[in-house]
Design a protein around this ligand. Sequence first.
Ligand SMILES: C[C@@H](C(=O)O)C(=O)SCCNC(=O)CCNC(=O)[C@H](O)C(C)(C)COP(=O)(O)OP(=O)(O)OC[C@H]1O[C@@H](n2cnc3c(N)ncnc32)[C@H](O)[C@@H]1OP(=O)(O)O
Ligand SMILES: [Co+2]
Length: 135
Amino acid sequence: MFKVLKVDHIGIAVKDLEQAKKFYTEVLGMEAMGEEVVAEQKVKVCFIPCGDSEVELLESTSPDGPIAKFIEKNGEGIQHIALRVDNIENALADLKAKGVRLIDEKPRYGAGGASIAFLHPKATGGVLLELSERK
Ligand SMILES: C[C@@H](C(=O)O)C(=O)SCCNC(=O)CCNC(=O)[C@H](O)C(C)(C)COP(=O)(O)OP(=O)(O)OC[C@H]1O[C@@H](n2cnc3c(N)ncnc32)[C@H](O)[C@@H]1OP(=O)(O)O
Ligand SMILES: [Co+2]
């Protein structure tokens, strides 16, 4: 059993993190948190809190990373939506049993120490979904 709690964040693929950040801070007047490199995902990210959710800006750190590939194919824009779950191990076991195509069968390291796992967009109606649990 698991529960989806809220939209944790919206992941936006950008070419230039500093430039993208400026739009959110200087034009929209939002406050950006610090940057973090998540090596396993080949990204540098910056979170911008927005009420109970956050915007995650993602810049690729390598031409063969998922963000670079996404931008090559689609240009900059929304790359994934992350849903906060109460128990990611239970969520993955439950979804696997339901035959949902998982990208990650086991939780991986996410920004800020979250446990994350991705569901394939072909299994979700065209949206790359990230599950995220924060302890
Ligand atoms: C730091 C962390 C955090 O929050 O803590 C993060 O967010 S890391 C965020 C970055 N990390 C990730 O995205 C990791 C998980 N992503 C992946 O493993 C990959 O990007 C895949 C989603 C499997 C896509 O891989 P790849 O680009 O090699 O596949 P592909 O181009 O052949 O795509 C297969 C089909 O899926 C579609 N597709 C690909 N990426 C998509 C996306 N982001 N949203 C919706 N659909 C997408 C393609 O259009 C294609 O459909 P058609 O066949 O119809 O054309
Ligand atoms: Co994310």
